[in-house]
Ligand binder design. Sequence first.
Ligand code: HEC
Length: 182
Amino acid sequence: MTAQFCIRSNQLETRGEPLSRAGEGFPAPPAATGPARTVRRIALAAPLLLLLPAFAPYAVEGDAIPAPLEGRAGDPARGRAIATDARKGLCTLCHAGLGARPEGDLGPSLAGVGARLSPGQLRLRLVDGRALNPATVMPSYYRIDGLTRVGPAWRDRPILEAAEIEDVVAYLATLRREEEDR
Ligand code: HEC
């Protein structure tokens, strides 16, 4: 599912420690036949199915990811809430221009960014800014491979889910004027 993504990342950097995999550590199920075996198979596959919505493949074209992740349309209001939440998006830690504190200056102001960058360009910067600048301090909000020292709560899952990325992209796209303050 993530083959395309992995190949690209491999070109950029050495992969880190393999992340733990879903299903590892499950005790071997006792032998069963017929319906019991089917039920057990479904039960074992369930955790894997739960992981599916957490990560979807995407295609990079130039400096953009033109297609919305999972084909979703984002909601700007939800995106603003995520971007300005000090525990969720953390964007204001490094960026001004979102009308929320602390208005950090490690990154450029995001005022008017929706006029400077297309939704596809915004998407790639959120998903994996390291594709454009391997030395960037901006977190890759939708990347799970090639990472080391990932806290247990974030293993095997991106910082933001596909729908949340789309919400933030939709919000950033509304920031059209340099002097905007919201
Ligand atoms: C730890 C600091 C940090 C955090 C947190 C951070 N960024 Fe960034 N961001 C940067 C830096 C630095 C850049 C400049 C690009 C580079 O480093 O190559 C950048 C660039 C960008 C750009 C491109 C801007 C342009 O004008 O080219 C966008 C869009 C962006 N960030 C959005 C976000 C959003 C939205 C969030 C929160 C979900 C966020 N950033 C969180 C540091 C950060």
